[in-house]
Design a protein around this ligand. Structure first.
Ligand SMILES: Nc1ncnc2c1ncn2[C@@H]1O[C@H](COP(=O)(O)OP(=O)(O)OP(=O)(O)O)[C@@H](O)[C@H]1O
Ligand SMILES: [Mg+2]
Length: 140
């Protein structure tokens, strides 16, 4: 499923379905590093990953805690949002390494903030708004 070809989606739901396909294939320890501006659709994709893992809880962005954990699916999902992070050192202070080699799958919004800490094996996904409801999704 993980293609090197960019995929264009035309709605929130379509991006969610892209994430859902990815979520079905994730393995323990996988890190999905998301890159993209405000409103690009990172959370939409993570909601899809959760659905693909069989998680039925509603996924909402972790704001104050930086990390939400969702259980009840095929694997636990750790949803990390680093928007409010000031430095990679701060990420280490909150124990980010635990999630970079975690007992489940980890999806990280604002991965650019910890670029130097990302594992080489991370699945890197860039989402770019190209038109009103069009989003280009590129997997590196
Ligand atoms: N093709 C699309 N895919 C995903 N979202 C879309 C698409 N077209 C329009 N949208 C809209 O773009 C917004 C994406 O919001 P979302 O919270 O997923 O972005 P985000 O990248 O997580 O932003 P933030 O950086 O604030 O966390 C939603 O309002 C959604 O309805
Ligand atoms: Mg978000």
């Amino acid at each position: 499923m993980i293609t090197s070809q960019p995929v264009d989606t035309h709605s929130f739901e379509e991006t969610l379905r892209f994430g859902e396909r990815l979520g079905r294939e994730l393995q323990r320890g996988d890190v999905v590093a998301l890159f993209g501006d405000l409103g690009a659709g990172k959370t939409a994709l993570v909601k899809g990953i959760a659905r693909g893992l069989g998680i039925t809880q509603e996924v909402t962005s972790p704001t104050f805690t930086l990390v939400h954990e969702y259980t009840g699916g095929r694997l636990p999902l750790f949803h990390v949002d680093l928007y409010r992070l000031d430095s990679p050192e701060q990420a280490l202070a909150i124990g980010i390494e635990e999630y970079l080699n975690g007992p489940g799958a980890t999806a990280i919004e604002w991965s650019e903030k910890i670029e130097s800490l990302l594992p080489a094996t991370a699945i890197r996904i860039r989402i770019t708004a190209s038109d009103n409801n069009v989003r280009r999704i590129e997997v590196a």
